[in-house]
Ligand binder design. Structure first.
Ligand SMILES: *Cc1c(COP(=O)(O)O)cnc(C)c1O
Length: 356
């Protein structure tokens, strides 16, 4: 039975990418060796790393002066690494607290300096994006999370600041066109919209590094990774390869502009049904709704939960349960999710209404 994978992460990848990845594990490019048993210094892998990095630059339309790295440790290590590289000794940084991931990011940064939470949506269970807050001027950087994977909110307009802007884009990178010149550092775990778990994409403006007077351990130092072309130590070869395949797939599809259109159609289809169907209600504030993670609830859980859960399970839908901290439902509709699968979910919601 065909499955419709709404999982939040790790999550859906394009079928053709999975097939190519599987082939490469057995016999990479007809060299009769597996991709994961050859040296990362081989010409084969060096070409993969180079192509992955250049596809990132091309697809995101990065201005000159930015480096692209594929690191390990997940977005969670970037919470610490960003502070290590940008927070001056006795320095100060500002954080927007828009959910679980933002809170975790600022918790790590607090180990290294003075962190001010300049706005938070915690008061309403993180169902909105704070606006009209003041940004202090004497800060080393401002950190924000573009898309709140767990709560289903997304920043539509990024804060304007004269200091550095750092953004965790783990769950919406490559999903919409953005002017990347407004960011100084962007990071994203691969497993939400780019590839398998195991690598983290970091995009950093070169000129901002090396200014903290802080001693940075080699593995946490962006400049070390840049100097070594993202191969300071053995890179996660498989994760980088599959990420490269996904980026090739995206390029062939027409790039970020093309996928942005499709993503909007998918989100509209689902949010329209949530708003129309009296048995459902959205979780996130309407104007802040995420195009990637759609969070919603049953208006009467007691009456309809069992039937709804049976219906979507029978339709081959997978991974629809909300995050354990929020409950309800979450449909993650990342780049690789076809609109046909969203339609299957909408049909199930309509069917519940008929049956109820
Ligand atoms: C999943 C996620 C993370 C954590 O990523 P790891 O790679 O598991 O460390 C951080 N930020 C956001 C926005 C996420 O969605």
């Amino acid at each position: 039975m065909k499955k419709h994978n709404f999982s939040a992460g790790p999550c859906i990848l394009p079928q053709e990418v999975l097939k190519k990845a599987a082939e490469a594990v057995v016999n990479y490019n007809d060299i009769n060796l597996s991709l994961i048993e050859i040296s990362h210094r081989s010409k084969e892998f060096i070409a993969i790393m180079e192509e992955a990095r250049s596809l990132v630059k091309e697809l995101l339309n990065l201005p000159n002066g930015y480096s692209v790295l594929f690191l390990q440790g997940g977005a969670s290590l970037e919470f610490l690494m960003t502070a290590y590289n940008l927070l001056k000794v006795n320095g100060k940084a500002a954080y927007l607290d828009t959910g679980t991931w933002s809170s975790k990011a600022l918790k790590e940064a607090k180990l290294l300096g003075d962190i001010e939470v300049i706005a938070s949506s915690k008061d309403k269970g993180y169902n909105y994006i704070p606006k009209n807050y003041e940004i202090p001027s004497a800060i080393d950087y401002l950190h924000c999370t573009s898309n709140n994977t767990i709560f289903g909110t997304q920043i539509k307009e990024f804060p304007k600041t004269d200091s550095l802007l750092v953004c965790d884009m783990s769950s919406d990178i490559f999903s919409r066109q953005l002017d990347f010149s407004q960011f100084d550092l962007v990071y994203a775990g691969a497993q939400k919209n780019m590839g398998p778990a195991g690598t983290t994409l970091v995009i950093v403006k070169d000129e901002i590094l090396g200014k903290t007077n802080r001693k940075i351990p080699s593995m946490l130092d962006y400049q070390v990774h840049i100097q070594k072309d993202s191969m300071f130590n053995t890179p996660p070869v498989f994760a980088v390869y599959v990420s490269m395949l996904t980026l090739q797939w995206l390029k062939n599809l027409g790039g970020v502009a093309a996928i942005e259109k499709i993503n909007k159609q998918k989100a509209e289809l689902l949010y329209n049904e949530i708003d129309r169907n009296p048995l459902f209600e959205g979780f996130a504030n309407k104007e802040d709704r995420s195009v990637m993670n759609v969070t919603f609830n049953l208006t009467n859980e007691e009456a309809h939960k069992e039937t709804f859960d049976t219906l979507w399970n029978n339709a081959g839908i997978n991974g629809l349960k909300g995050h354990r901290s929020v409950g309800g439902y979450r449909a993650s509709i990342y780049n690789a999710m076809p609109i046909e699968s969203v339609q299957v979910l909408v049909d199930v919601m309509k069917q519940l209404e008929k049956q109820a």
